[in-house]
Design a protein around this ligand. Structure first.
Ligand code: SAJ
Length: 435
């Protein structure tokens, strides 16, 4: 198959790197987004997201003329949908007393509908957005068939999950294995041919629903594994153990790889996707449901740790370091750090938050510091919530000269107890209660 021109709908964390990578590999790409701010920013030569190396790739894609930005799709050889699939904030489902989140598929529906007027015989359509099982066959296919064309006969239709790690997107896009699930084997072959433009990892053909499950299984496995690590941190606390020491010793076992506890699971993927499986079959997913609850409740455990360090929180001044959902990214979506801060405030603490990757962020109810020293000013305690490299690299002797706080709370195992104690701090670490 020959793909001279493709349309990519959704220019976010996945769509923009994908569009630019196709364009720098010689494909004529129309990047489509419904958000006027995104269109203006890109047309003005800037980018609206922070991802290492992305600016350079977007710039060369635009400069080559291979990438153009548009509010609407155009006729093309292939269409790729990479729009968000969040959950509804205001609706829940319930099964056997367990309340679960519901997938908001409106963006997938409207992107698919936007393709309809452009769809022609021989086209390829690929859904990349993480979606509940059977979305491609039960939701996307019927919409596209309103054109009068039949999926798998007149046009090819696939699901292919993005699996790139924020912070490593450009490298992983090219190097990771790609699963391409077709509604027919011919569809999968067509999808394979398109990704072969730039993917260097293995490209594996399967059916669309298997490809959807693969994606959900990956992120759900990670969520469940983080939940067990978080539960271990609570047990260690109870039994007078250092959870980090115990994990590193357990991980010497050749078949054990326990992940890291922390303040909870954030981001737009791992804290969202397991709900798609719970919603699709609540009667079959008690483990997935409970793992989600453990991770969602972890900010309460952090609250307990802060109280262990400070006693009552009323009028205590706390410098909270990090608001991103994970280290060295600027993405604040579903951030457990924000949740922790809200809980501290409910107990009467006065929290100043410092996020070096997004100092200008405006988060409801959170008092943002303009720089580190402002966060430190008058603080009674320092609370580390994200393991940004620059925080992990803090020299406690230097920090001791910038703040009057003499209590530091580390929720992510970034700081060395001895060094901090030598500098005059009492260091309280999440999941560590060694007497
Ligand atoms: N976290 C822990 N402990 C750990 C690892 C992570 O608490 O040991 C927390 C992080 O701090 C963060 C959250 O989990 O709050 C998720 O971070 P992450 O690095 O595990 O994953 P994401 O959400 O950035 O990216 C994931 C990746 N999926 C897997 O590793 C299975 C990525 O490959 C996917 O493409 C991405 O989701 C996605 O878009 O679905």
């Amino acid at each position: 198959m020959n793909f001279q021109k493709i349309c990519i709908l959704g220019l976010g964390y996945i769509g923009l790197p994908t569009a630019s990578t196709f364009a720098t590999h010689g494909v004529n790409v129309v990047g489509v987004d419904i958000n006027p701010h995104v269109i203006e920013t890109l047309q003005g030569g800037s980018i609206h997201i922070h991802e290492p190396g992305l600016r350079g790739v977007v710039e060369s894609a635009l400069a080559s003329g291979n990438l153009t930005i548009s509010p609407k799709p155009e006729k093309a050889d292939a269409f790729l949908i990479a729009v968000p699939t969040p959950f509804y904030e205001d609706k829940v489902g319930e099964y056997d007393g367990r309340k679960y989140r519901l997938a908001d598929m409106r963006a997938v529906i409207s992107a698919t509908e936007a393709i309809l007027p452009c769809l022609r015989k021989g086209n390829l359509v690929i859904l990349e957005s993480t979606s509940p099982p059977r979305t491609t066959v039960d939701l996307v296919k019927p919409i596209l068939e309103r054109s009068g064309l039949k999926a798998g006969i007149d046009f090819y239709l696939c699901y292919s999950p993005e699996r790139v790690l924020p912070g490593q997107i450009l490298r992983e896009l090219i190097e990771n294995a790609r699963v391409v699930g077709g509604v027919t084997p011919e569809s999968a072959k067509a999808g394979h041919a398109l990704y072969a433009t730039f993917v260097k990892g293995q490209i594996i053909e399967t059916d669309a629903t298997t490809a959807e499950m693969v994606k959900l299984m990956e992120n759900t496995t990670r969520d469940v594994n983080i939940a067990i690590a978080n539960e271990f941190s609570r047990l260690a606390e109870k039994f007078g153990v250092d959870v980090w020491e115990a994990i590193s010793l357990a991980n010497l076992h050749p078949r054990i790889n326990i992940l890291s506890p922390g303040p909870g699971v954030g981001g737009h993927c791992i804290s969202v996707d397991p709900w798609f499986l719970v919603e699709a079959a609540p009667e079959l997913t008690p483990l997935i449901y409970h793992a989600r609850k453990v991770n969602d409740d972890q900010p309460y455990f952090v609250l307990g740790e802060v109280k262990r360090a400070l006693g009552t929180l009323k009028d205590k001044k706390i410098a909270a370091l990090g608001l991103a959902y994970k280290p060295d990214v600027d993405d604040l979506r579903e951030s457990p750090a924000a949740e922790v801060i809200h809980l501290l405030q409910l107990e009467g603490a006065q929290v100043k938050a410092w996020e070096p990757f997004k100092p200008e962020a405006e988060l409801k109810g959170i008092d943002m510091a303009t720089d580190l020293n402002t966060a430190f000013k008058d603080a009674d305690a320092i609370l580390l919530l994200v393991k940004h490299t620059q925080f992990a690299d803090f020299d406690p002797e230097d920090i001791a000269t910038r703040t009057r706080a003499r209590v530091a709370i580390d929720t992510v195992n970034a700081w060395n107890a001895e060094e901090w104690q030598k500098a005059g701090f009492r260091l309280v670490r999440l999941g560590v209660n060694k007497k």
